[in-house]
Design a protein. Sequence first.
Length: 329
Amino acid sequence: MTIIGYHASHEQFSPSELVTYVQAAEAAGFKAVMSSDHLTPWSERQGQSGFAWAWLGAALQATQSIPFGIITVPLGWRYHPAITAQAAATVAEMFPGRLPWMAVGSGQAMNEHVTGERWPSKRERNERLESAVGIIRDLWSGKLVNRDGPIKVDEARIHTLPGELPRLVAGALSPETAEWAGRWADALITINQPRESLSDIIDAFRRGGGIGKPLYLQVHVSYADSEDEARANAFDQWRSNAVSAAVSQTLRLPEEFDGACANVRPEDMDKHARISADLRQHVEWLEADIAMGFEQIYIHNVGRNQREFIDIFGKSVLNQFSGTRDTGR
């Protein structure tokens, strides 16, 4: 049974708003929540950047039983891996079974440059990421951990551990990263791309050692009452994601993203979000995702119309898939 979840975007909404949205999502029939973890938004129009780890505890307390996942960057700038390991262990101990996974990635300068450290190459960041994963796993096993590098650790130990530890999931946007992650990740998460690109990422992950491991997908959609409104919402809130992955990893400020996207047009947004006012089209997209083998799919409605999206998808989209329910609203 595929889990269809709701994505909580800290870049776009205040933490207090997001708490009400995940409560509504649980009531509407979404089966899980995925949280972003940003220090800065992608665009000045988005305008938010709540602290995801503080919010996570509040959101879990405010909901009944829905599980949460989070994607974060434990590379030693904003978060040392020992702090990330402790944060996740604490949340998992307080809410047994409700933090089933934590995704890790190599990050973007926009969130990490504030510590004043040099922003390294993708190769160096991947080296640090694999080291961070090893540190987190050792700390979660109760070991006393020391490391000389590339991330230094001096006699760290976590004393409060949960009965059930989260999966460590690799965030990957390319076949190269997916293949590399296959050997160390418990699962893979990627974002919506053309089908052939998604197939290449899945094949690479399996080729690298990910055979039999779960596949997760975050999908950016824009739903509204009309195609024009859906496209306008995507253009207003999500055109900053029209920059390439390589460029997005190096830009530092929201205004830099806005400047880099000055020439993006509304008609260009179909490459970056699934834009449609047709609910059947959204169902078909999800059916195709499931057919590709994705076990968990997290839907991010990029517009600001979150209540409308949650209510309509709960009533008319989620109930098209086994294991979801019609709330009758």
